[in-house]
Design a protein around this ligand. Sequence first.
Ligand SMILES: *Cc1c(COP(=O)(O)O)cnc(C)c1O
Length: 234
Amino acid sequence: MNAGSQTVSENAGQVLERITAAERRAGRSPGSVKLVAASKTQPLSLILDAHAAGISVFGENYVQEAEEKIQGLPGAEWHMIGKLQSNKVRKAVSLFSWIQTVDSAKRAEEVSRCAVEARKVVPVLLEVNLEEEESKAGVAPAGLRLLAEAALGLPGLAVSGLMAIPPYGLDPEESRPYFVRLRKLRDALAREYPAADLKELSMGMSGDFEAAIEEGATMVRVGTAIFGVRHGRG
Ligand SMILES: *Cc1c(COP(=O)(O)O)cnc(C)c1O
């Protein structure tokens, strides 16, 4: 998985091919999985390389870091995939097409308020902390229903599904049960709120995105397999 010796363009092509193959193996329709290239700490030059190689969606973790990259590539679709701070919500709503990390009713209300002010409806995912790890953001599975109920009632949000980051360092087969759990949580919510369109499941990263696709991921967030190792924080 060391992507460092190849170019971003080569890596991007390979990841796109592996996604297509996983879709085919899993009986998913081709193109049904969105690749979100996780570009935190990576310079705009490499992001432009990935874009030229056919990647059109990028995920960033820090609003401030994302701003100049988004200005440098406004034609791409940008997703917020990092922890959202209250004082960055307004800026995040103005910069990003999607916010994948809504994990509390308070945050949902803040995003909705800023979206309404900006006269838009922001597609969001609810982030679930499957193992209730202290180091990670996300609502505990037991709190998901209440969060969904709060978020679904807000005018500025289009609640579109769930996102999770399973514990780090697992091999793909060890991650698979987490993917299954997230899918089941989503299925239960969709049954409870049939009017909501909760089709998105954002799960799977460089080490395990194929297993995630086999278990129903509609978005995979892939960083190092495209860009190589990260520098600095992140
Ligand atoms: C960095 C990051 C990823 C990508 O991780 P890789 O292992 O480099 O593919 C995915 N999701 C989130 C939320 C991230 O912060």
